[in-house]
Design a protein. Structure first.
Ligand SMILES: Cc1cc2nc3c(=O)[nH]c(=O)nc-3n(C[C@H](O)[C@H](O)[C@H](O)COP(=O)(O)OP(=O)(O)OC[C@H]3O[C@@H](n4cnc5c(N)ncnc54)[C@H](O)[C@@H]3O)c2cc1C
Length: 475
């Protein structure tokens, strides 16, 4: 084993979480080394692909802290401990200001509140993946340059696999690089490896019985290594069954122009989503992230279809920066169209009477104001339901696109990894998508991946620096 000890702290993963943490440490006088499994200069990760919107529960990160705290607690129905909710709400604004000082550029992407702070330059309004020279890519390169200038380092091609634990304290990490083991003895380790969506076994155990039927809507580089290392060190996990993702055309599994955009959430939340028997199985009013999770839980996650009509196709179908209308059919996504629901059902291979009956009951309940009492209920506060009555009728066969897992290693407000008894594991921290307990839960609240990454990273770095008694250096 080759020893690499020229750092105070090892950071596992060079995404936004890892790079923010390493820079904040270096700024505070603590030398950080980032271990990144990707080999190329522009190694892939979700942070490089990101849409770049910094929001908290779809609200402006600069909003009143109490209102943001409340939004996190309400959207997750109390799943998030108050101390973590407060941390995100209070530090979201500080994160954006800190990133600006690091050289990040933000812009307003639309008139929507949650689009106030978007990394520039944004992805172009076109289907498929578009990351080179876009906000996430530029941010990572800026942060890497800043880190090197501050004396930190990035070791590429190094996949961390185990922690050095002595007397219950984390004192370093062992990584594999080019067939060799490198050991880094450090005062602390920050796990920032991006979650476990890229590990089919873990996804199967916690999220979906048939992971091969989900579409990886990101880089898929999070393979749960950090999770496994933390578990071996006695950490506890939380909220493992939820993920951040969107509803995609099922053709996205074979057509790269259909992911990560356009997603079809706006059609799904305006129309209805049915299973193979033509029956609804989810409250569409809870939003695309919720629907994607429900699709993943179907016995066959490739058996869901979104049903809507002409007024939805021409209305909500055109919502968003890269809307399904016209992009979905333009790049080869299946869009079935028929002048009656019976004809649509026959194209789908669903019993015509079943689909017609589902739509009829839905329309009647909408008209009568009783959607709240049908099964499954259809909520209306976030996404207003619309009748499915105006021919032609449409169907889009869909799948769940998994972007990153929401659950993971339990942490406190300093981003310290916690044992099952709630005590922190000295020297072990978790930042970004690898951390659990900040979003998801039974209500599936989506708080915001980038805000979560940046805040946990800042907090981990600052706690370590305090513990080291470090002296801040010039930025
Ligand atoms: C298409 C897309 C759009 C998105 N849009 C938004 C948005 O607009 N707003 C928002 O809030 N969120 C968005 N997200 C989510 C957000 O980008 C992620 O939550 C965030 O980037 C995760 O950052 P991270 O640093 O935790 O993980 P990552 O960016 O995945 O970085 C983790 C890094 O760790 C490395 N790694 C993994 N295992 C190891 C190991 N064992 N050893 C060493 N290195 C390892 C990986 O190679 C990777 O480079 C989007 C994501 C995608 C894919």
């Amino acid at each position: 084993m080759i020893e690499q000890s020229h750092a105070d702290v090892a950071v596992v993963g060079g995404g936004v979480a890892g790079m923010v943490a390493a820079n904040r440490l270096a700024q505070l006088g603590v030398l950080a080394m980032v271990l990144e499994q990707g080999e190329s200069e522009r190694y892939l990760c979700n942070s490089r692909y990101t849409g770049g919107t910094f929001h908290i529960c779809f609200r402006d990160v600069m909003s009143d802290e109490n209102a943001l705290t409340q939004a996190i607690i309400e959207s997750t129905a109390g799943f998030v401990p108050r101390a973590l909710a407060v941390a995100i709400a209070v530090d979201g604004r500080r994160l954006v200001r800190w990133l600006q000082d690091e050289g990040a550029r933000f812009m307003k992407a639309s008139g929507a509140e949650y689009h106030r702070w978007v990394l520039a330059p944004p992805a172009r309004s076109r289907p498929g993946l578009d990351w080179e020279g876009r906000g996430g890519d530029v941010l990572l390169r800026t942060l890497e340059a800043n880190l090197l200038r501050r004396g930190g380092s990035v070791v590429r091609g190094a996949r961390a696999r185990s922690l050095l634990i002595a007397d219950g304290q984390c004192r370093g990490v062992i990584a594999q690089r080019g067939g060799q083991e490198i050991g880094c003895r450090t005062r602390a380790v920050i796990l920032a490896d991006g979650g476990f969506q890229g590990n089919a076994d873990l996804v199967k155990r916690h999220i979906c019985a048939r992971p091969e039927r989900l579409k990886q809507r990101g880089a898929g580089t999070g393979r749960g290594d950090g999770l496994q290392m933390a578990l071996d060190a006695g950490a506890s996990v939380v909220g493992m069954d939820r993920f951040y993702g969107h509803v995609l055309s099922c053709d996205a599994l074979v057509n790269d122009r259909l992911w990560p955009y356009p997603y079809v959430d706006s059609l799904a939340t305006a129309g209805i989503v049915v299973g193979p028997a033509g029956e609804r199985f989810v409250d569409e009013g809870r939003g695309g992230v919720y629907i994607a999770n429900a699709i993943a839980q179907l016995a066959d996650p490739l058996s869901a279809t979104v049903i809507f009509d002409e007024s939805i196709w021409e209305g909500p179908g055109r919502n968003g920066l890269i809307p399904a209308n016209p992009h979905l059919p333009a790049v080869g996504g299946t869009l079935l169209r028929a002048h009656s629901l019976e004809a649509l059902a026959s194209e789908l291979g669903i019993a015509a009477s079943a689909l017609a009956s589902t739509v009829r009951s839905y329309n009647q309940a909408l008209e009568a104001g009783t959607l709240i009492s049908i099964a499954p209920l259809r909520s209306a506060s976030r996404y207003p339901p619309r009748p499915i009555a105006c021919a032609p009728f449409y169907a889009v066969p869909v799948c769940a696109g998994i972007t990153n897992t929401m659950g993971g290693i339990a942490i406190n407000e300093h981003a310290q990894a916690l044992r099952t008894d709630g005590s922190p594991i000295s020297g072990l921290y978790v930042a970004g998508a690898a951390a659990g307990g900040i979003e998801g839960g039974p209500a599936l609240g989506y708080v915001g991946g980038l805000a979560k990454c940046g805040v946990t990273a800042l907090r981990a770095a600052e706690h370590i620096a305090r513990a080291c008694g470090a002296t801040p250096i010039a930025a």
